[in-house]
Design a protein around this ligand. Sequence first.
Ligand SMILES: NC(=O)c1ccc[n+]([C@@H]2O[C@H](COP(=O)([O-])OP(=O)(O)OC[C@H]3O[C@@H](n4cnc5c(N)ncnc54)[C@H](O)[C@@H]3O)[C@@H](O)[C@H]2O)c1
Ligand SMILES: [Zn+2]
Length: 393
Amino acid sequence: MSSVPNSFDIDFNVPFRHRVRFTQDLVEAEFETLLDLLESAAGVQPRVLLVVDEQLAIESARIGELARKLEEHPDVLLMDGGSSERPGPAVALPGGEKVKNSTEYVEQLLALIHERQLDRRSYIVVVGGGAVLDAASYAAAIAHRGIRVIRIPTTTLAQGDSGVGVKNAINYFKKKNWVGSFAVPWAVINDAALLESLPDRDFRCGFSEAVKVSLLKSDDDFSFLCQNAKAISSRDMDLAFGAVKKSCFWHLKHITQGGDPFEALEARPLDFGHWSAHKMEQMSGYRLRHGEAVGIGVALDCIYSSHVHGLPQSDVSRVLQCLEEFGLPLWDTTLNDFEVLVAGLEEFRQHLGGRLTVTMLRDVGDPIDVHEVDYEQMRASIVELKKVSQRCW
Ligand SMILES: NC(=O)c1ccc[n+]([C@@H]2O[C@H](COP(=O)([O-])OP(=O)(O)OC[C@H]3O[C@@H](n4cnc5c(N)ncnc54)[C@H](O)[C@@H]3O)[C@@H](O)[C@H]2O)c1
Ligand SMILES: [Zn+2]
């Protein structure tokens, strides 16, 4: 019998499939898109728990219709998402950071998954903004070590960025996304009609991430956003959904083909502008939306990049004008507290471990990973951003 060595390292690969669908009207004309994703095992109807963003359920009649269609469909076993006090076909969770700021809602979902006997071949269909998707996806990832999740994002930000990501988290120790996991969703459906009820403020938020990813990947796409920012923020849906689609494509391509889907390496280019954004969100007590904080963070790191890494000043002007035309803020009072803000750099490093690694820009489409930040140049960049934000274009 051959002997087994005392030490061996074995590499192995696990294939994943990322299923993304774009629909114009999922609930009415394209309901089949959802049904097609619900695989039945050995002819048994799949158990489905429907989780919805409460705000969305109030604003959009489509959510009631979606629940009704799932409930009535013979090939689906829609589990009761209500409680004895509030019966109903769906679990409604509060939207926004509230759902991530405590363990309450994750625990509520875990209890329901347990009571309704969902297993690894069951589905959690979660419809809502990035925060509800994050919390529900986290509960699904830890129950039975992973239940299938179909994400139906309903904000521009979640459709173009977080919804297709492979991460989930809630906030803990008063820190953003401190508890969470990596888990590839079973599928993601981005639907244009579900964006209709989104308030303007949240509608605009997604385009800061679109600007961010275009600055990393493509000058052409960045120019497209610059040319169409006003029309998109006025909700020209053909242009807006096209921009969301492109942003989604770049994020997905980076995650699936960038060589580091589970962020084991130091660099995290998709987090361009995020070291300050996460800190500003937290400092503002989540008054600032993630997308707003990202817009400001991107503006700041572009100015810094021009001071330190050679990003042409003309590009900085394009970025600032573009964000402004999207109706996104360029300034927030949290930036006045420099010492607290730069503590965000250390938190960013701790989250990843290893050396501090922040992405900056040498040019549009030409990012660079840097391991130190010049505090005086960053301070000067903040002063410059404050001045620019007070100017009219
Ligand atoms: N997991 C990731 O990879 C990842 C990446 C980026 C961001 N995020 C997280 O995503 C969250 C932000 O998500 P977001 O920008 O989608 O906002 P959000 O989830 O905070 O939603 C914003 C508001 O819009 C409401 N809403 C959502 N869809 C609606 C609709 N169609 N009609 C009416 N109201 C609607 C929500 O109830 C909420 O009040 C943050 O917690 C952020 O950390 C996660
Ligand atoms: Zn982000």
